[in-house]
Design a protein around this ligand. Sequence first.
Ligand code: SAH
Length: 388
Amino acid sequence: MKESHAVVSQRGARRWQRGHPWIFRSDVVRAPAAPPGAVPVRDQQGRELGWALWSPVSEISLRLLDRDPGARIDEAWWHGRLRRSLERRAPLAGVADAFRLVHGEGDGLPSLVVDRFDRWLVAQFLSAGIEAFRGEIVSALRALTGADGALARNDASVRSREGLERAVEPLWGEVPQEVAVREHDVRFLAAPHTGQKTGAFLDQRENRVLAGSVARGRALDVFSYHGSFALHLARRAESVTAVDSSAQALARASQNAALNELHNITLVEADAFEFLRAQEQAGERYDTIVLDPPAFAKNKPSLEGAVRGYREVNLRAMRLLAPGGMLYTASCSYHLTKARFLEMLQDAAADSGRRIVLRALTGQPLDHPEVLTVPETGYLKGALLEAD
Ligand code: SAH
């Protein structure tokens, strides 16, 4: 007889014991005879381990939902889990109206991402298992947030590995093409339908405030996207140059500058590597620099090349710093560990010929919880550096 529960190896069971929610295909001893959804999981001795999301075609077969074998994964269960996730964000209510409501495994809601942009939500259902609960999740989110509309940005490439279609679909209501959101003392336009990720990068909010707090003189925001760092810098610096290779992103940066009545931002469409090299050759100097590159390391094999890229932009930025100048530099590559990030900065500093002081190390804000036993929930690290 076919059973609808999964049986996992000792190694798989141990992952759960050690606080990691994923069980890989190679640790599934017997696959459940069930469609994607929630399944009970047992070890080979028949011990009940709890409930997991089941993704039949994925390398990540099982994602832990609940250690209680008696749990019922119904609408009330999703409502409760989502409510706790939302409650964790309470401290952000006063400072921003755009933040992440659900950070997947970081909130015990595996493969689900939900971002809020003012009165609208953008969700990503990133596994076959979570997709099976779309109805329950949508109705719980509607009830909990009262949002006017929501969109599924299900165009992420990981969906292909789950055997899922890739598409951008409305969930309810109508989400505008552009939403003006507030982040501390600045406002910017997010583009939920077409912008990168879910429409804006929400993970750097506090780091932008940090960079803004030390900004002065001549400032540079490299890999600016729609100018989020530049806006914070421009409130204190005399002038800000924002550099990005995307004309579309810069067009929004221009609107964002206007929205904040900031007239000291110059937008430059350029390749960051070429731009930094040319500035260095021209002997330019900046008092404040931000480097927020895209994830150069998309996977493990590309890490070494990525490290060279990070080192190059950081080295050039360090050389461009005026005496006493500050550099906020970040990496959002999961594959570049915190230790490796710091090592890369040490190498760049050594090559720069400058004496560089580490003023602060930064990570993710509270709406992107990084769980220590789940390294995949953490990817963003930053450093605030000061040059002599
Ligand atoms: N700092 C932004 C996020 C940056 S995301 C924020 O806080 O919102 C990375 C940005 O780098 C994207 O906007 C992308 O268009 C840009 N980019 C990628 N490769 C680039 C390159 N070689 N030169 C310049 N910009 C680049």
